[in-house]
Design a protein around this ligand. Structure first.
Ligand SMILES: Nc1nc2c(ncn2[C@@H]2O[C@H](COP(=O)(O)OP(=O)(O)OP(=O)(O)O)[C@@H](O)[C@H]2O)c(=O)[nH]1
Ligand SMILES: [Mg+2]
Length: 220
């Protein structure tokens, strides 16, 4: 019974990896930069995306978004006014997006017109990190209200990401949070990840995220 269960999981993961490779080649073919925003529920993924999109549009970088939620379309509704292509995926209970969901999402985006595809994964610090999607850049959003020790408690999430956004930095004077400690813990798990302290509310350092994206696109 236990053996059978493990075998099924291995098949699932290998099938996912195969589809993730297909996704990657579709993004590459269309010269699209794909970004996968992950993080705990409420860490500020949508808030950061809301602030980043107008920065990119101002540079004539056209974005499509795939929103992943267990249920509902609150986040898509928040982005609707930008008039950009949006796909809402409801996982119906699954705590992560998988490569097949992204493939289906891509089929519903006008890829020929896009430069960047932003994916907002389901709010969760565990499962999204286990499923490769075939993207160029995994991003973990951490918020200072979650505590400094999270990189050590959720190491996979922090180790698969090349960019970590430390959000809600506008609250630094009212939250008991040490940036030095967080950075030290992050470095134990992922010595290379870029770390940017940001605010999805006030816009602090959103321009630095834009610059990171431009660099990834070879435009800076
Ligand atoms: N003070 C402050 N509040 C923030 C910031 N970013 C987000 N919030 C607030 O945090 C709450 C959650 O923000 P969301 O952007 O919805 O978070 P999320 O990660 O997209 O949440 P899920 O999609 O549900 O996982 C909202 O009330 C935001 O206004 C920030 O930088 N500073
Ligand atoms: Mg959200």
């Amino acid at each position: 019974m236990t053996f059978k269960k493990v075998k099924i999981e291995q098949n699932l993961f290998s099938q996912n990896e195969e589809i993730a490779r297909e996704n990657k080649s579709i993004f590459t073919k269309h010269k699209i930069l794909s970004l996968n925003f992950m993080g705990a529920p409420g860490c500020g993924k949508t808030s950061i995306i809301e602030k980043l999109i107008p920065e990119l549009l101002a540079k004539k970088i056209y974005c499509g978004v795939i929103e992943g939620d267990i249920a509902g379309s609150f986040d898509s509704e928040r982005l609707e006014h930008y008039g950009i292509p949006l796909v809402q995926i409801n996982t119906g209970g699954a705590c992560h997006l998988d490569a097949l969901m992204i493939k289906k999402g891509m089929e519903n985006l006008p890829l020929k017109q896009l430069n960047v595809v932003i994916i907002e994964n389901v709010g969760n610090l565990v499962c999204p990190a286990e499923f490769e999607l075939g993207v160029d850049c995994n991003i973990t959003v951490a918020s200072i209200t979650e505590g400094e020790e999270k990189p050590l408690k959720y190491p996979l999430m922090y180790s698969v990401s090349e960019l970590v956004l430390l959000n809600k930095i506008d609250l630094i004077n009212v939250v008991d949070f040490s940036i030095e400690k967080f950075t030290r813990f992050l470095r134990q798990i992922n010595p290379k990840a870029e770390l940017i302290a940001v605010s999805g509310r006030t816009g602090i350092n959103i321009k630095a995220i834009k610059e990171y994206v431009l660099k990834k696109m070879g435009l800076l």
